[in-house]
Design a protein around this ligand. Structure first.
Ligand code: FAD
Length: 311
């Protein structure tokens, strides 16, 4: 039995989520192979070969994979999947884009957001916004899984010495999507899902100006990513991709500071696995205090600047 993990990268660096997926794959038993898809990805393949626990790296280096569009990626994954018991990817935006296509092309059910592995065919995954955990058993000949990085320690980046095998790209019939352009927010802060510290704000901030004026200095001091509740995003205080929660990003940093966030279940679904949660809210009854390790009942417009000044 061997497990094929699909590497996530930006043509230069292997994403941390890949090493978390490798660690999950290691719990399935059998060899772990890493598949690197892209164009001009030698450096990624070299990094992949060093990841502890990986016994083989397969590389499909082809101009058709330059922008890793889901259609192209899915076709190559399916071509490489023969003989594997499991195909695994991180449950990131990228993984969620191409893996359902892989499952459909293989005519099997996808098992999404896996947070625990009980047996090679039995997995745990959250449902109802994380309020219940379903145990799912799959009888499919090949299991297609996306795994939630926050639930698995990452495999060490060094220590492995896997063989690198180059594979030819299979021709893809008439892709429907073509790459037009990429707009990047140019955020200099750590990426939300990879950040060690997150400072998040909610509707309690009151305006976009206050959101930035109050939270940015604290985030600067802590080298933190900024996050937001959906109410803050909907009100235009923060951009969409800062949203944490059921319909936003799932995060589990070492430290999550929630200011002016009530703690609705849909928000908690995205951050309650954080190692230490600090909540600042003027309402002592706010549900966020139910998951907080440290709770401060205070006006955030006083407490956050005071905390920043102390730091
Ligand atoms: P509120 O609930 O309005 O809370 C604001 C808080 O700020 C209050 O607790 C208040 O006491 C406090 N406050 C106000 N002023 C101050 C002050 N000066 N100092 C200190 N505290 C202050 N939400 C998400 O966040 N992420 C999601 O992914 C998400 N997905 C959803 C999916 C669905 C299908 C649905 C139905 C909802 C979803 N929501 C999500 C919305 C969620 O239900 C809540 O509406 C939202 O999280 C509330 O955001 P909030 O805590 O910022 O606002």
């Amino acid at each position: 039995m061997a497990v094929l993990v699909i590497a996530e990268h930006d043509d230069r660096d292997l994403k941390r989520a890949t090493r978390q997926a490798v660690s999950a794959a290691g719990r399935l038993g059998g060899d772990v192979h890493l598949l690197v898809l892209g164009s001009g990805v030698d450096v990624v393949a070299q990094a992949a070969a060093k990841v502890a626990g990986v016994s083989q790296v397969k590389v499909v280096d082809d101009p058709s994979l330059a922008h890793q569009l889901a259609e192209a990626v899915a076709a190559q994954v399916v071509a490489q999947a023969a003989g594997y018991s499991h195909v695994v990817a991180a449950a990131t935006a990228h993984g969620r884009d191409f893996m359902p296509r892989v499952a459909a092309l293989l005519d099997v059910a996808q098992i999404s957001d896996v947070t625990g592995i009980d047996a090679p065919d039995t997995f745990r995954r959250p449902i109802y916004a994380g309020n219940a955990i379903a145990t799912v058993q799959s009888a499919d000949p090949v299991k297609v899984l996306t795994v939630r990085g926050t639930s698995f320690d990452e495999a060490p980046a060094d220590g492995g010495s896997a063989a690198v095998v180059k594979e030819a790209a299979v021709p893809v019939d008439g892709p429907q999507a073509t790459f037009v352009g990429r707009e990047s927010a140019g955020n200099e802060r750590p990426e939300l899902t990879a950040a060690t510290v997150i400072v998040a704000g909610g509707r309690g901030l009151g305006s976009a100006e206050k959101f930035h004026e109050v939270l940015e200095p604290l985030a600067d001091k802590l080298n933190a990513a900024l996050g937001a509740s959906r109410a803050a995003v909907d009100a235009g205080y923060a951009p969409n991709d800062w949203q944490v929660g059921q319909t936003g990003k799932i995060v589990a940093p070492q430290l999550y500071i929630a200011a002016g966030i009530s703690g609705a279940i849909q928000h908690l679904a995205g951050m309650k696995d954080s190692r230490i949660i600090v909540a600042i809210n003027k309402d002592a009854e706010a549900p966020i205090f139910g998951v907080a390790d440290y709770g401060l009942v205070a006006d955030l417009f006083e407490a956050v600047p005071a905390l920043t000044a102390k730091l």
